[in-house]
Design a protein around this ligand. Structure first.
Ligand SMILES: Nc1ncnc2c1ncn2[C@@H]1O[C@H](COP(=O)(O)OP(=O)(O)OP(=O)(O)O)[C@@H](O)[C@H]1O
Length: 632
């Protein structure tokens, strides 16, 4: 058998943590303790159901003894009635126990899921960025589904089977301690078989869940970035990566199945050993007149009765172990430090933070073990200053924007806001002060108003409309059938990429942060849509310290200062006029792509202006694909 760690070839170091067995049990105990009545009722019903199951074999033994003693038909009928009654009662108790246990399990899981989501939504952005949302989606989706399935189907039966095994073993001893010891002869064989299996399977299940998480992650990434994947013709590489991850998950499942079959053989061997021992002991005891035939019969029936629960434990251990691994991944999220502020309920209408200076020092940054993507960056944004970041694709603009927004931790360096390192601000304060509009704008399903209120839950309808108005979205707002109440996103009205961007900018206005970081690339340069969005962005960031990743040169021209990145370094910086006068790379770019009448600053622009002939995609950078680069 190969070592699972090498068999999977998985590196889990960037995924969210998985809880230890002890942490998982502790979390379960805490949740059960919060539901004392339901736990007690479920426990009592399951124990009663298992105990009632012992009645029939015991009565059969008595019946055998009575028949040998020459009892009358009436007594036989009476014993038969007891057997039938016990069977009906055991059935009813088992059904009720399973229903209550499932309800208990569902409640515990629902609470755990709430805690996972709560913690996940408060995760520091850098942690989430490193782990990738795919891992979180796999936990909140796949892992919860696995646990739910076990709770609803095999979990209660598993619990019942465990109790049956314990109570039947006690029943054997109650009959005759020697019969009990004979039955126990099988225990070492069972224990060895179980140990053999668990030792091998538990690490596999944990690996399998990790592998599934990585597969989901790889698929989610490829789908999310599908436009980029297609633009760079990286389909084959992504498919190969997904196939690789799926292959790892499949190989692990096959190895687990092989293990499972061999475990089944070992269990059959243990059953043979146990039943043979009980029959032999019964025979000897009866021969020596130390026991009755009836007691020996009951003992054999008791032992035979163990086959089913042990078979069920064996059969279901597969899914229960998987559920255990999934549960550990769920509990793992709850073990992350809570970064929500002590009073995480949003403070009512916080004061707008004063415009703040930002100081960025990045000696270098690399993703994991990859190449250095940023180096020797020193940048200061004065309060209220608007700085544009310019550079070819892959120059490091989005990375620097992520670092400045506090969602990426620089490998070496820091960002200070009002002289306080972002790392010391705490997630809540950080989000209050700095907002990032990335290339992935998510439109949440539901009324448009709810989507906007994510940024300010207390905003009135008038304030929402004002925010939309400020970013120039009133035009399309008027076309919505139910205005702010119109359902948007999945299942509702689909917003265009530009409308989604308006929405993001309106959220920015409502969130009202001191610092805004914009990294959107919705429209092609020179288009009316681009000018519209440029105006909207300027309006939304008015008075804030702003960093704009300029995917269009028109965005740079209106900034107070421009920083040109080239292969991760600052190549030039200065105002638009200074850079043009300097005659460096920026001026070269500008002159190459400038339209006859470049977009003037928004405040001074009077008409929509179709005076700019849209020749190719003026104002974009040389190696950017001309297709839309919106990923969300
Ligand atoms: N999550 C990541 N993991 C590994 N490498 C990354 C990651 N994100 C970006 N990179 C790499 O870092 C470098 C800089 O990328 P970045 O996205 O910051 O550049 P950019 O100038 O914003 O490009 P674009 O204009 O295409 O968005 C590139 O080589 C890119 O491949």
């Amino acid at each position: 058998m190969t070592d699972p760690s090498t068999a999977s070839g998985i590196e889990a170091r960037h995924l969210l943590p998985t809880a230890t067995g002890r942490q998982t049990w502790a979390a379960l105990r805490t949740e059960l303790a919060r539901l004392p009545l339901l736990s007690a009722v479920a426990g009592t019903l399951l124990v009663a159901a298992s105990a009632t199951g012992l009645v029939a074999p015991w009565v059969l033994g008595r019946l055998v003894d009575d028949v040998i003693a020459g009892t009358d038909t009436q007594q036989v009928v009476a014993w038969s009635g007891v057997i039938a009654g016990a069977a009906v009662l055991a059935g009813l108790l088992t059904a009720a126990g399973a229903a209550v246990a499932a309800r208990l399990g569902e409640t515990v899981l629902a609470r755990l899921r709430e805690r996972v989501l709560d913690r996940a939504l408060h995760l520091p952005s850098a942690t989430l960025e490193r782990a990738g949302t795919g891992d979180l989606v796999a936990r909140a989706g796949d892992d919860v589904a696995v646990v739910t399935n076990v709770i609803a189907t095999s979990g209660p039966a598993f619990l019942g089977a465990t109790l049956s095994v314990v109570l039947t073993a006690l029943g054997l001893f109650a009959l005759d301690w020697r019969l009990g010891i004979a039955g126990l002869a099988a225990a070492p064989a069972y224990a060895l078989a179980l140990r053999w299996y668990l030792r091998r399977s538990v690490p596999y299940y944990a690996r399998e869940r990790v592998a599934t998480g990585e597969r989901t992650q790889a698929t989610a990434e490829a789908l999310r970035g599908s436009a980029t994947v297609r633009a760079y013709r990286m389909e084959d590489a992504h498919v190969a990566r997904i196939a690789d991850r799926s292959g790892v998950a499949r190989d692990l499942s096959l190895e687990i199945f092989g293990l499972f079959t061999r475990f089944g053989l070992r269990i059959n061997r243990s059953e043979f050993v146990g039943l043979a021992a009980v029959l032999l002991a019964g025979f000897l005891l009866v021969r020596e007149d130390l026991s009755t035939v009836g007691a020996a019969t009951t003992a054999a029936l008791y032992f035979h009765r163990l086959f089913n629960p042990i078979g069920l434990l064996l059969f279901e251990s597969d899914s229960v172990l998987q559920a255990g691994a999934s549960l550990a991944r769920l509990v793992g999220v709850t073990t992350l430090p809570d970064t929500a502020s002590p009073d995480s309920s949003r403070p009512a209408r916080p004061e707008r933070p004063e415009p703040a200076a930002l100081e960025v020092t990045v000696a270098q940054h690399r993703y994991d073990d990859g190449p250095v993507v940023l180096r020797d960056i020193t940048l200061r944004l004065a309060p209220g200053e608007r700085v544009a970041l310019v550079g070819a694709s892959g120059a490091g603009k989005s990375t620097l924007a992520g670092i400045i927004a506090g969602i990426i931790e620089p490998s070496q360096g820091s960002v200070r806001l009002r002289d306080v390192p972002l790392a010391q601000l705490g997630e809540h304060q950080l989000r209050r002060e700095i907002a990032l509009i990335s290339q992935e704008v998510h439109v949440f399903a539901g009324p448009l108003a709810d989507d906007l209120r994510l940024a300010d839950p207390d905003a009135t309808d008038a304030e929402l409309t004002r925010a939309l108005d400020l970013v120039g979205a009133t035009g399309w707002l008027r076309t919505l059938p139910d205005g702010l109440a119109t359902a948007v996103g999945e299942g509702g009205r689909q917003l265009t990429a530009a409308q989604a961007q308006h929405l993001a900018l309106a959220r920015l206005v409502l969130a009202d942060p001191a610092v805004a970081v914009l990294d959107e690339a919705t429209a092609e340069a020179g288009s009316a849509g681009a000018r519209d969005l440029d105006r909207a962005a300027v309006a939304a960031t008015e008075g804030r310290t702003t960093l704009v990743v300029a995917h269009r040169l028109s965005q740079a021209a209106t900034a107070d200062r421009i920083v040109v990145l080239n292969q991760g370094r600052v190549a030039e910086h200065g105002t638009h006029a200074e850079l043009l006068a300097a005659g460096g790379g920026y001026s070269h770019l500008w002159r190459s792509w400038r339209t006859p009448d470049p977009v003037p600053p928004p405040a001074r622009e009077s008409t929509e202006g179709n005076r700019h002939p849209n020749v190719g995609a003026p104002g974009t950078f040389p190696d950017q694909p001309a297709t839309t680069r919106v990923r969300g």
